[in-house]
Ligand binder design. Structure first.
Ligand SMILES: Nc1ncnc2c1ncn2[C@@H]1O[C@H](COP(=O)(O)OP(=O)(O)O)[C@@H](O)[C@H]1O
Ligand SMILES: N[C@@H](CCOP(=O)(O)O)C(=O)O
Length: 356
């Protein structure tokens, strides 16, 4: 039977200052997959996995199903669930990707791609997984839970990876190369990836004052999440960890207050465990983060690096133009970097599948 459906997955902004690898918000900027499956038609598709991909919008991505992050993720799920290292998409699967999320800017493009890939497999193979179970598959690929959780569940999320039995740790800690299929001249692996342990990630959704908007100031250069994690230290001073924990505990509730207390939120969005180390990758970051405050800009609540950067996230209730102009002006004047600005609402629902 032929089917057509659309998968929509929001962008996300992770960390929100002190919540490194913990906090994330889903943002109303959606990666969309327009999918059609026509197994009864004679196949015209040359792809070895029966999936024809086309791509519109931000950046450029590979279109081979064994090279593209969305379809590699889907193949992992299909193969793990079928216990078959050669499992493919149903014959005649077409996926048209529309992606307004800029790549490598700290707005969760890879998290959205991974969530979309897991949902794609769930839908084409009729696996019937709920979002909690799909999150397990996502976490085998993107191994920090903050933006995956926000993209899948939507809203303002706090998340952690649960403690695991030795047996589950073995299942979870397999190298990424054994999870995601890689392009090979001939299929060589006869071993299917295993299904992940259950409930790897746990989360809660916090309240969010709807008057608070997210201003994303997106510099026109990329910083890969991998390179932005590579500059972080392996261990931290106790004082720095306590600094972040104290602020994190206040921030989650402060963002639901009505009216929000700008001074409290601003102070609670300070961070000592990732932003200072990432400053070397983002010209002018330290000065930019201190250039707008509730005192200098009415309506500003707080400011931080979005995810692994280089996007700057400012939370505000008004004064969006003045806040974004100050930051784009600094990027331009001091480092000749152009920026794109988006004022975004939260995506409260998270990832969805819509049938035509
Ligand atoms: N829609 C997409 N389709 C295919 N690959 C994607 C897509 N979105 C992101 N990616 C992959 O993820 C990479 C960016 O991931 P990452 O460095 O984690 O940055 P981000 O902060 O945008 O998530 C891209 O260079 C690309 O390889
Ligand atoms: N907690 C992670 C979040 C990465 O988010 P992304 O949007 O940059 O992929 C980190 O800070 O490394």
């Amino acid at each position: 039977m032929s089917r057509e459906f659309t998968i929509k997955v929001p962008a996300s902004s992770a960390n929100i200052g002190p919540g490194f690898d913990v906090l994330g918000v889903g943002l109303a900027l959606y990666l969309e997959l327009k999918v059609s499956v026509n197994p009864s038609f004679p196949s015209t598709i040359k792809d070895p996995n029966h999936c024809y991909l086309s791509y519109d919008s931000e950046g450029s991505v590979p279109l081979g199903s064994d090279e593209n992050l969305i379809t590699r993720t889907a193949l992992y799920v299909l193969r793990a669930c079928a216990r078959d290292a050669t499992a493919k998409f149903p014959e005649n699967t077409h996926v048209h990707v529309v992606n307004p999320i800029p790549l490598g800017r700290g707005l969760g493009s890879s998290g959205a791609a991974v969530v979309a890939g897991v949902m794609l497999a769930n839908e084409v193979a009729g696996l019937g997984f709920d979002k909690q179970r799909m999150l397990d598959f996502c976490l085998m690929i993107e191994r920090h839970p903050d933006n995956i959780t926000a993209a899948m569940m939507g809203g303002f999320c706090g998340s952690y990876l649960r403690d695991m039995s030795a047996e589950d740790v073995l299942l979870r800690d397999v190298p990424l190369s054994e999870v995601l299929p890689e392009k090979k001249p001939e299929p060589t692996s006869s071993v299917a990836p295993q299904e992940p342990p259950q409930d790897i990630g746990r989360h809660v959704k916090y309240h969010w004052n709807p008057a608070v908007k997210c201003i994303a100031i997106i510099p026109q250069f990329e910083v890969s999440t991998a390179s932005s994690r590579a500059v972080l230290p392996d261990s931290y001073l106790r004082a720095d960890v306590i600094f972040n924990l104290q602020r994190l505990s206040v921030l989650t509730t402060a963002l639901s207050a009505n009216p929000p207390d700008a001074k409290l939120v601003y102070a609670a969005m300070q961070d000592k465990i990732h932003q200072p180390y990432r400053a070397g990758l983002i010209p002018g970051l330290t000065e930019i983060l201190s250039s707008v405050t509730p005192e200098t800009h009415t309506g500003l609540l707080g400011i931080c690096l979005s995810g692994a950067g280089p996007t700057i996230l400012a939370l505000a209730t008004e004064g969006f133009d003045a806040i974004s102009s100050e930051i784009t002006g600094r990027f331009k004047r001091e480092n000749d970097i152009d920026c794109v600005v988006k004022v975004l609402e939260l995506a409260h629902e998270g990832a969805v599948v819509e049938y035509v």
